[in-house]
Design a binder for this molecule. Structure first.
Ligand SMILES: [Mn+2]
Length: 374
């Protein structure tokens, strides 16, 4: 029995609108296709045996003709180079009348299997002694869907892999518009690997005998999700290997800034500018007591920085120092005098000297206010 290699991806969301990215939304929609193309290239370069797509290849059942043709073209090329493609629909591109998988474009493609039947169905590759079970998602389904999986008879040594767009449940039933399964059912499933889609961040849920992972989206989609990976799975004659591989070009990040530790608006600008990257979406949350007269206007800063990032959002949760008499702005108090002098020094200073002034103000304030200087 030889080792079998699977490239596991899903939740690509081709055609997603990204209106929150404004002018850059269109470009990011294009990026999803570019990244998917890179995933296909990786599968071809590494000559994987099977390519698994675990739902939500499309963001909706109405992708543009160009998007559909390009995606199917990529899968066709993959099939032509000897890799078998297996695909289950997800919640966004679910089965139903007129769904994207009913389109004639999918017909007559060799080496491409779409699980078009609602519920479990299977396809087997006797030469490799491997069977794939796929759940055709057509809408929510009560109960544990893995408990409904029947592996049936097969030659000893046959490997079993399932594709599911669903949720692992700790207890109870899945949320609205989802299908789910319990960890205990996974453990007893008899599968070699369960390839999951639905969550947009990679997660390895393997349990003893059964390998299981969420691949996550190959490209960054929304703030708060850690996307950008695909999973390379190797089923050895004994054991398995599950390897996440970074492939996404872009990232969504969050930065919390305690204004108490920032000397002034200029220093805040510099802190944000340090993260500048046109492939990065940055969510900045301003916290703490604002050391200056007034907290900055988030919209002005967003506008000013927007060209430096894929997108930037500022949320101001800080408390203005002007709400009460702050020792920092009170003449005659040690803290107030220190802030005044340090700012005078910093003004007009540039480069390394400026950085040192900012640092001195930050550390000095922390010392005077009895805070940890982190
Ligand atoms: Mn999804």
């Amino acid at each position: 029995m030889r080792s079998i290699r699977l490239l596991h991806t899903g939740d690509v969301h081709l055609g997603a609108k990204f209106s929150f990215l404004g002018e850059r939304g269109r470009e990011h929609r294009r990026q999803l296709l570019n990244t998917f193309s890179a995933v296909v290239d990786m599968a071809r370069a590494q000559q994987v045996d099977y390519f698994l797509v675990c739902g939500d290849l499309f963001d909706s059942n109405r992708p543009t003709r160009a998007t559909l043709e390009e995606a199917v073209g990529l899968l066709e090329r993959l099939g032509a180079s000897g890799t078998e493609v297996l695909l289950v629909p997800g919640t966004h591109d679910r089965l139903g009348p007129g769904c994207v998988y009913d389109d004639g474009i999918w017909e007559g493609l060799d080496h491409l299997h779409v699980f078009r039947e609602e519920g479990w169905s299977e396809v087997s590759f006797p030469a490799d002694r491997i069977v794939f079970h796929g759940w055709g998602y057509g809408g929510e389904h009560e109960g544990d869907v893995l408990a409904e999986l029947r592996l049936g008879e097969a030659k000893p040594g046959t490997r079993r892999v399932a594709l599911l767009h669903g949720t692992v449940l700790d207890r109870g039933s899945p949320a609205e518009d989802e299908v789910g399964f319990l960890r205990s059912t996974l453990e007893a499933s008899g599968l070699d690997y369960l390839a999951l889609g639905h969550w947009h961040s990679f997660r390895d849920l393997s349990t003893g005998e059964v390998g299981c992972a969420y691949c996550g989206s190959p490209e960054a989609l929304y703030p708060g999700q850690e996307s950008g990976k695909v999973v390379m799975v190797t089923l050895h004659p004994q054991g398995r290997e599950i390897k996440p591989i970074g492939i996404g070009k872009r990232s969504f990040q969050r930065l919390e800034i305690d204004l108490q530790a920032v000397a002034d608006e200029g220093a805040l600008r510099r802190l944000i500018r340090e993260r500048a990257d046109v492939d990065r979406y940055l969510e900045v949350v301003l916290k703490g007591v604002c050391a200056w007269e007034l907290p900055p206007d988030p919209r002005v800063l967003e506008e000013e920085m927007s060209r430096l990032f894929l997108g930037i959002r500022l949320r101001d949760e800080s408390v203005p120092a002007t709400q009460g008499p702050s020792p920092r702005t009170t003449r005659g108090l040690v803290t107030g005098e220190f802030v005044r002098i340090a700012k005078e020094e910093a003004e007009g200073a540039e480069g390394e000297r400026r950085r040192l002034c900012d640092e001195a103000l930050r550390l000095g304030l922390a010392y005077l206010e009895g805070r940890k200087a982190d």
